[in-house]
Design a protein around this ligand. Structure first.
Ligand SMILES: NC(=O)c1ccc[n+]([C@@H]2O[C@H](COP(=O)([O-])OP(=O)(O)OC[C@H]3O[C@@H](n4cnc5c(N)ncnc54)[C@H](OP(=O)(O)O)[C@@H]3O)[C@@H](O)[C@H]2O)c1
Length: 249
């Protein structure tokens, strides 16, 4: 039986209502779990999915748990959709406080090697995993800077660490290294504005992307992203984290 819906509680001390969070690719996997955990903490969550029917179905699942989230359509590779969403958010009272760039693809064949890799795989992977978050940061940052508060979390991966860079899934690896560069650049450009920007590696998590052999649950994988999305004002910016601890680039 459906539980009574709990509307987002006031999550900021200023009395201006709950913090508003946008989570991309939130219809399943880690994005869905991040949306759930943020809603549980009292944030108003915009659950973004590229297919609105999937987002609505995901929102209904959370409603059964008593969590109210708002499904929004967003294909992160579509600049027009990003601009329209930013315009809509600007027209609302709360703007946007938190952006979780979660949507991602892993299109390389399993154990795919560099010499066998194809240009189209790089183009599609970089469009979703790098250009999407980049365009979203550009569109949403002004809303955050104006209000002196923002948290941006980029879902990266240990496969993007230069420190441990090796072969296999080259398009995915390169995309996550580039995403980490975006984190550093945006963190640097927003220093002193109240916006904190960080990358997270969720570990190897049981989702459609991670597969059934992955050791971590989505709840374990989402924990550090949720922590970064709700950091206090004196929290870190420009870092790369796993299990709430900084890791090398
Ligand atoms: N699972 C792991 O072990 C692991 C490890 C390290 C990092 N990560 C990262 O964590 C993030 C989430 O991974 P996951 O395991 O939850 O993956 P997943 O189960 O494959 O889910 C990916 C999500 O991204 C969405 N998506 C893909 N392309 C999109 C686009 N163009 N616009 C909007 N949404 C799009 C998918 O939507 P559809 O349902 O419409 O396809 C889906 O909701 C990714 O960035 C991934 O690289 C995962």
């Amino acid at each position: 039986m459906a539980k009574k819906i709990i509307k987002p509680a006031s999550a900021d001390a200023s009395g201006q209502g709950p913090r508003i969070a946008l989570v991309t690719g939130a219809n399943r996997g880690l994005g869905f779990e991040i949306a759930r955990q943020l809603a549980r903490r009292g944030l108003k969550v915009l659950l973004a999915s590229r297919t609105l029917t999937k987002g609505r179905a995901a929102a209904k699942l959370l409603a059964v748990e008593g969590l109210e989230v708002e499904p929004v359509r967003l294909d992160v590779t579509d600049p027009d959709q990003i601009k329209t969403l930013a315009r809509d958010l600007r027209a609302r009272p709360g703007g946007l406080d938190v952006l979780v760039n979660n949507a991602g693809v892993l299109l390389d064949p399993r154990d795919g090697r560099f010499l066998d890799s194809r240009q189209a795989t790089y183009e599609r992977t970089l469009a979703t995993n790098v250009l999407g978050p980049l365009m979203l940061c550009q569109a949403m940052l002004p809303l955050m800077i104006e209000r002196g508060y923002g948290r941006i979390v980029n879902l990266s991966s240990g496969l993007g660490q230069l420190d441990e860079m090796g072969s296999g899934t080259p398009a995915y690896r390169i995309s996550k290294t580039a995403l980490n560069a975006l984190t550093r650049i945006v963190a640097s450009d927003t220093r002193g504005t109240g916006v904190l920007v960080n990358s997270v590696c969720p570990g190897w998590v049981r989702t459609e992307m991670g597969g059934t052999e992955a050791p971590r649950t989505v709840a374990q994988g989402a924990d550090t992203a949720v922590w970064l999305a709700t950091l206090p004002g004196d929290g870190p910016s420009g870092g790369f984290f796993r299990d709430r601890k900084q890791i090398p680039w």
